[in-house]
Each structure stands twice: as structure tokens, then as C-alpha cells.
Design a protein around this ligand. Structure first.
Ligand code: HEC
Length: 95
């Protein structure tokens, strides 16, 4: 099947639009929101943290991995973030 060139040209535009929209994802309120905005958006968009539906253990693993990449969190902040992520982007949303 041949895709017309002018359709192909629109693909990067569509991807960029999606990415930038997602970068501004409205985060649900809650303890942890500010923390997430402050700590997790600098290297990759926050969409990375909102697209996934992970269990608490999985979020724990990811946040732990991120601390290995340079994110600095106190134990308390770590817990707050994992709880926030699990509550808002947890497995309950999995279809
Ligand atoms: C120091 C830069 C940096 C910061 C700050 C950072 N990340 Fe990441 N993150 C990365 C890199 C690099 C990758 C891709 C590498 C990988 O997947 O191993 C990644 C990948 C991810 C992924 C997808 C990979 C997976 O294992 O599922 C998630 C989810 C994620 N980050 C969440 C977070 C959260 C939550 C925070 C805040 C606690 C955060 N990131 C802060 C650098 C960072």
C-alpha cells in the first residue's frame, strides 16, 4: 500500500503535538504532585510518569532506578511519590 507523501509529512507534526501536549499533562492534585513536578520532569516529560499503570512495587522500582540516575529524594519524599504515583497512575487504570 502506498501512503501519499503529504500524509507522511504530517506524521512528525502529529507526534510532536502529542508529546508536547502530554508534557503538560494536568496532574491530579494530591500530596506528591509538586514533588513529581519538581523531581521528575527535568530529564523526560512527565508523560513518562503518567502513561504507565504500575503497581506500587513497580513504581517503587522505577523511582528507585531514577534515584540511581540522579534524582535526590529523602525517604519520606520517596514514599510520598510512590504512593502518589500508585494512587493516580496505578494498576486500577489498567484495562
Ligand atoms: C536524572 C534524570 C532523570 C530524572 C530526574 C528522572 N528520570 Fe525517569 N528516566 C530517566 C532516563 C534516562 C530514563 C530512560 C532509561 C531507562 O528506562 O532505563 C528514564 C525512564 C523513566 C521511566 C520509564 C522506564 C521504566 O523503567 O518504566 C519512568 C516511568 C520514569 N523514568 C519515571 C520517573 C519518575 C517517577 C521520576 C521522578 C522520581 C523520574 N523518572 C525522574 C532519567 C530521569
Amino acid at each position: 500500500m502506498r501512503i501519499p507523501a503529504r500524509c507522511l509529512a504530517l506524521i512528525p507534526v502529529a507526534i510532536l503535538a502529542t508529546v508536547s501536549l502530554r508534557g503538560q499533562t494536568e496532574l491530579p492534585d494530591g500530596e506528591g504532585k509538586v514533588l513529581l513536578q519538581k523531581k521528575c520532569g527535568s530529564c523526560h516529560g512527565l508523560y513518562k510518569t503518567t502513561d504507565d499503570n504500575k503497581s506500587e512495587a513497580e513504581w517503587g522500582d522505577v523511582v528507585y532506578k531514577m534515584t540511581g540516575l540522579g534524582v535526590q529524594l529523602t525517604d519520606e519524599e520517596f514514599d510520598t511519590l510512590v504512593k502518589y504515583l500508585t494512587k493516580n497512575f496505578g494498576p486500577k487504570d489498567k484495562k
